[in-house]
Design a protein around this ligand. Sequence first.
Ligand code: GLC
Length: 528
Amino acid sequence: MSITSSDPIPQSHHVPWYRSAVVYQVYPRSFSDSDGDGVGDLPGVTSRLEHLVRLGVDALWLSPFYRSPMADFGYDVSDHCDVDPSFGTIADADELVDAAHRRDLRVILDWIPNHVSSEHPWFAAARSSLDDPHRDWFVWRDPAPDGGPPNNWRAAFGDRPAWTLDEATGQHYLHLFLPEQPDLDWNHPGVVEAMHGVLRFWLDRGVDGFRADVVHCIGKDAALEDLPDDLAALPAMLADFGPGTHEQLRRIRRLVDAYPGDRMVVGETYVLSSERMATYLGRGDELHLAFNFSAFHAPWDAARWRDEVETVQSLLDPVGGWPTWVLSNHDAPRHRTRLGSESRARAAAVLLLALRGTPFLYMGEELGLEDALVPPERAVDPGGRDGCRAPIPWHRDPSADWGPDPWLPLPPDAGARSAEAQYDDPGSMFEHYRRLLRLRRWLPALHRGDMELLDAPEGVLRWRRSATPGPGDDPRAPRAVEVAVNFRSEEVDEAIAEGEWLGGTSLPGEAVEPGRLGPDEARIVAAG
Ligand code: GLC
């Protein structure tokens, strides 16, 4: 029996952990270096778990640490079931997962289903001959009649086609990213089975879920038609590849849901509209969560954010979907850099942590880090993303953390921005995030409540969150709160209700003007 769009979506009262959690992204190469070689590693991550506990997040997402030639710094995997020696060993991965679980932190791994490294044994076999059993695990096509690439798709990095000619066998292979990242063909049952096997390998080791890299790209129709002219100049990874992806996602969902403990998949649905992003949640039977890049790329503008929030609610509520919010990650300039001031970044933290949905933090945003300035001779990433990947400064003297030769330059003001310099300083960015996370955990209205947008003066986004108390909630916690964020650097009257101050950009105990927001101010007040 198949479900049709008119059937009601089954409702459940169980709130899975990933709907109330705050997730923290760790880019292992730049998080913490345990052996002073200038490259972060898994024992380094384990040694810093207390930072995450102190901050008050619930889960960590680890960017890839698998064996890789590092053409795309780990997003080119040559063995999905082993750890790259630069990061440690499989025993280090197991120890990290166990150590996180002992601290009640969940662990999500990156899973890269669309492509592998050109050095993966599957691809080495595939390119060895036209009739190798692995040949059809990848997407091969004859050259176009003029000898050029088989269609008009462009790769994501470098101004080049998404095809490379393999001279030995005379065919082109598809790569939506680098030539060193050939795309798998999910139309081949062997690929589906092998990539499902990777999920099982890590689920059996106890991980809580996956962040699925460009997962909207896996269901490509075998016809591989040209993109229309308006899309042909953009990377083909942004395209809609047809219904095949949805069928693959339903199978992945069934696999993951068969494990106990609310394992989950959050998809890197890097598409141009929220409307399309929402389709990958299916009817509660595809991805558990999906990143929304429309909001991620939204400018710092109250009207635009109001629109993003309304759009997401209108798309996700009817299918029982749950939003996600992200301001920074390893692929784009940090929001502290984009917004241009620390005070705006503080207001943005209130926005991120008080909207309805699961927030994802990117390591270092809790320290207010800016992108590193990377001189051309030190640039290493083919996608120009080095700045946001600068190593995290832990001590006032970060050379103690990264040795004399960190793989990338440190971020600006590294010593003053270090964790050591910020811990216990009430005015620091770290303590700002920490207070917000504590408040969020304490208030059901913030971590699981409903949300209603309220009218507000221009330049202000204002909303109300409320939740029915449940078992385990502190009976003293207000049931409802009002939040307002001033996106402008000037004062605004009648911007927020006059309730008890609970949190925001000012310090606890600091005087605030009832009802009025200062420049770049964000405030959370009790509202019933
Ligand atoms: C995703 C990752 C990015 C990577 C690309 C190719 O967009 O976030 O870092 O380069 O996929 O795997």
